[in-house]
Write a protein of this length. Structure first.
Length: 282
């Protein structure tokens, strides 16, 4: 797949790749960020276990290791959200202010049961450094829960906010990421065929409406969608989680042999969880 921008939908037993294009994209460098700042403005991470669910893969611990490896991208707060799958009506969530290692004890990780999950480390470019701004954002929709973790800043946040407020959508934070989350819940003006939700269609619309550089992971019960801006300004890498035997000499024949898939703002954390770099989101 070769394109300016790409959206990937991961599920437990299959991999799906859908190529999307974003129009009128524009690289934007927030005024708050300077060349001397020791941050990378947020890290995003996602993990999906393969095979039959429930899985033996500790998804929450994998996400924890991923966020520890992305700590340099944001030190204000962190959050993890997990799901057991399509039949799970509730997400498991743990968020907190400060460093990842200070937020999560072993008992916290143990409570985050799931076969799929996403995480986020935050450096605020919009919205104050407060608890209500900690990502991932989770909202309940007519079609079930969704969770969103975002790295980037919207240059047209004001107009998007007006659009949502005009349609009666309330906002509880000043975060750009909440805007994106609420845009996802908003039914397109043209509607959706047979009343069935089209998450890919909604994400395509967001990619044309959000003028910025970004990377984004979106979780809906049993899938994670990962996307980045058309210029590839925000990094996003895909990795394979191999079983321990793969590192002791056993040849892994196909993708069916992997324990899971991860997507991350950087690949520097892959070794800590036994993942191997696959490729970037193009």
């Amino acid at each position: 797949l070769r394109s300016q921008s790409e959206l990937l939908g991961f599920s437990g037993c299959t991999k799906k790749f859908i190529v999307l294009h974003s129009e009128n994209g524009r690289i934007y460098r927030p005024e708050k960020m300077t060349d001397t700042d020791l941050h990378e403005a947020c890290g995003v991470f996602g993990c999906v276990a393969t095979g039959t669910w429930p899985t033996q893969l500790d998804v929450a611990h994998t996400i924890y290791l991923g966020l520890v490896g992305l700590q340099h991208r944001g030190q204000e707060s962190a959050g993890i959200v997990t799901s057991l799958g399509a039949e799970d009506s509730k997400f498991k969530t743990k968020k907190g202010m400060g460093l990842v290692t200070h937020i999560y004890a072993e008992e916290d990780i143990a409570k985050l049961k799931g076969n799929i999950g996403i995480g986020h480390t935050r450096y605020s470019t919009q919205g104050e450094s407060e608890i209500q701004n900690i990502q991932p954002f989770v909202v309940e929709t007519e079609h079930g829960l969704i969770a969103v973790a975002h790295n980037g800043e919207l240059v047209n946040a004001k107009s998007l906010k007006k659009k949502l407020l005009r349609h009666g959508v309330g906002l509880s934070t000043g975060s750009d990421s909440e805007l994106i989350t609420q845009l996802l819940t908003h039914l397109p003006e043209c509607g959706e065929p047979q009343g069935l939700v089209n998450w890919v269609g909604r994400i395509k619309r967001i990619m044309t409406e959000t003028l910025t550089s970004y990377s984004l992971v979106i979780m809906h019960h049993d899938k994670i969608y990962a996307l980045r801006d058309p210029f590839g300004n925000r990094p996003l890498c895909i990795g394979k989680l191999y079983p321990a035997a793969a590192f002791s000499g056993k040849k892994v024949i196909s993708d069916d042999d992997v324990d899971g898939w991860v997507v991350s703002s950087e690949s520097c954390n892959f070794n800590s969880m036994g993942a191997r770099y696959y490729r970037e989101v193009l």
